[in-house]
Design a protein around this ligand. Structure first.
Ligand code: 13P
Length: 233
């Protein structure tokens, strides 16, 4: 089971250090991937955490002020990188062709992309969710070899479930996970969107889920610990 912690744009250096001390109290045999804000990547010092990033530049190193390249992430020990998060698609107007470039650059550096896909509320109301997700997969994975496709992780994050306390039904989640796994056999699929210590008992009934991408819960180590324990029991 893979648990990716997306801290988003939260914490200051002092708070991040305290947070990490709390995280280290969690005992688990699951793969925990910590994706802090970029400026804290060098502060990760936990032997039990894999180092992740929340974004990468769609260019190599060069005159791109404010960007962080895949080779720079690699040099900081980053093993995983979230790409195409709906917040970046919305606020930074990130398009699938840029996401595709990012995926390729990450794979060149042997960093595992965690590619986020998911539908808007309106898409689901119009029963367009499958179409939206397949289109994102086609464009985000364009020109990848079959071998490369096996190396990515997909996170299904319905946009309307992020930070809202809403989640799709288990049947709805399962349908999308099966759709993704049919399109990409051998690929691990995570679920993200208001997953927490209260709904995990229900979510864990979905046997095809390979893990979770956690936003709000990632910032609450005590509740995260409960979440992880409930997955096991
Ligand atoms: P929440 O867990 O806060 O809904 O966020 C999910 C998410 O966006 C993780 O990338």
């Amino acid at each position: 089971m893979i648990i990716a912690l997306n801290n988003k744009c939260n914490l200051t250096k002092e708070k991040f250090i305290e947070y990490q001390e709390e995280l280290q109290k969690i005992k688990t045999d699951m793969t925990l991937i910590l994706c802090p804000t970029n400026v804290f990547i060098g502060e990760i010092n936990s032997p039990t955490m894999e180092v992740g990033a929340q974004n990468v530049s769609c260019t190599e190193c060069g005159a791109y002020t404010g960007e962080v390249s895949s080779s720079q992430l690699k040099s900081m020990g980053v093993k995983y990188c979230i790409v195409g998060h709906s917040e970046r698609r919305k606020y930074q107007h990130e398009k699938d062709d840029e996401i595709n470039k990012k995926v390729k650059l990450l794979l060149n550096q042997e960093i595992t992309p965690i590619i986020c896909v998911g539908e808007e509320k309106e898409d689901r109301e119009n029963n367009n969710q499958n179409k939206v997700i397949i289109k994102e997969l086609e464009e985000d994975l364009k020109e990848l070899t079959e071998e490369e496709k096996k190396k990515v992780i997909i996170a299904y994050e319905p946009i309307w479930a992020i930070g809202t306390g809403l989640t799709p039904s288990n049947n709805e989640i399962e349908e999308i996970i099966n759709l993704i796994k049919h399109y990409l056999p051998n690929t691990k699929v995570l679920y993200g969107g208001s997953a927490n210590e209260n709904n995990i008992e229900e979510l864990k009934e979905i046997s095809s889920i390979d893990g979770y991408l956690l936003g709000g819960l990632s910032l609450k180590p005590e509740k995260l610990d409960i979440f992880l324990k409930k997955i096991k029991n």
